[in-house]
Design a protein around this ligand. Structure first.
Ligand SMILES: NC(=O)c1ccc[n+]([C@@H]2O[C@H](COP(=O)([O-])OP(=O)(O)OC[C@H]3O[C@@H](n4cnc5c(N)ncnc54)[C@H](OP(=O)(O)O)[C@@H]3O)[C@@H](O)[C@H]2O)c1
Length: 237
């Protein structure tokens, strides 16, 4: 993919989404970043190094299909094209089944699964026009089970299936689809506050580099499912 192309990153205000946005901005892409509150997206844009005119902060709660349609309309108004969707917005709520509430279950599925569907539905016709790329951010929790993770595991296992089926729907129309499934990444996930102790984890800019490598890959080749893990996690004693 060439410079100047337009990328929409959901959940671009923090963590992985912000790291991908910063990396692609420095590689010459135009980046639209979504967040539930416009101020969070604007603040993230201000924090970024690079040409501010190449960043479009947007309010969009991915749980709301109309928000996502409006976000894409905003991108089309500003730049007139859309090449890449990074469906990244997600939350993690961890509790044993007896304690997990109906509301927590619904929040997780509505954000991590239906939210990705809403983003894809809003973007797909524009991305077909540019023969672009859809990347979903799954998780190693899409292949590995953990205790206290019924909602999160369910949402991330589902994202693997959703993304691979989406890939089959779109590949003959020259739209690539990949899901990236990271292990531990330094971010604000699950109310985490990043610190020096996170040095062993994958960093948000590393996620940006992976996305960039996918975008640069020869059109004939498609890594459709990418597992990524920290090289050397601390050994549990
Ligand atoms: N960190 C990890 O170790 C890890 C590992 C594997 C997979 N992941 C996945 O990576 C993705 C990003 O998580 P992260 O680690 O970067 O967490 P994070 O630092 O908490 O960032 C989450 C982002 O998602 C946004 N968001 C949350 N709910 C949203 C909604 N309903 N609509 C729009 N945006 C929403 C947040 O924006 P606002 O709060 O400003 O709205 C924020 O920008 C998630 O899908 C997560 O499951 C993370």
């Amino acid at each position: 993919m060439d410079k100047g192309k337009v990328v929409y990153i959901t959940g671009g205000s923090k963590g992985i989404g912000k790291g991908i946005a910063q990396y692609l901005l420095q590689k010459g892409y135009r980046v639209a970043i979504g967040a539930r509150q416009l101020n969070s997206a604007k603040q993230a844009a201000k924090d970024m190094q690079g040409d501010q005119s190449q960043i479009l902060p947007l309010q969009s709660d991915v749980r709301n299909p109309e928000n996502e349609k409006e976000a894409v309309a905003g991108i089309m108004d500003k730049w007139g094209r859309l090449d890449v969707l990074i469906a990244n917005a997600g939350i993690g709520i961890f509790a044993p089944i007896e304690e997990l509430t109906y509301d927590q279950w619904n929040q997780t599925i509505d954000t991590n699964l239906t939210g990705v569907f809403n983003s894809v539905k809003a973007c797909v016709e524009e991305i077909k026009k540019t023969k672009g790329y859809i990347i979903t951010i799954g998780s190693l929790a899409g292949i590995n089970f953990s205790p206290k993770s019924t909602a999160y595991n369910a949402s991330k296992f589902a994202i693997v299936g959703f993304s691979q089926a989406l890939m089959l729907d779109l590949r003959q129309q020259d739209v690539k689809v990949s899901t990236i499934m990271p292990g531990s990444v330094t971010s604000h996930f699950n109310n985490h506050e990043p610190s020096a102790e996170d040095g062993w984890k994958i960093q948000p800019e590393d996620m940006g580099e992976i996305v960039y490598d996918l975008l640069m890959m020869n059109p004939r080749t498609l890594p459709s499912k990418i597992e990524v893990r920290p090289t050397k996690p601390p050994v549990k004693k």
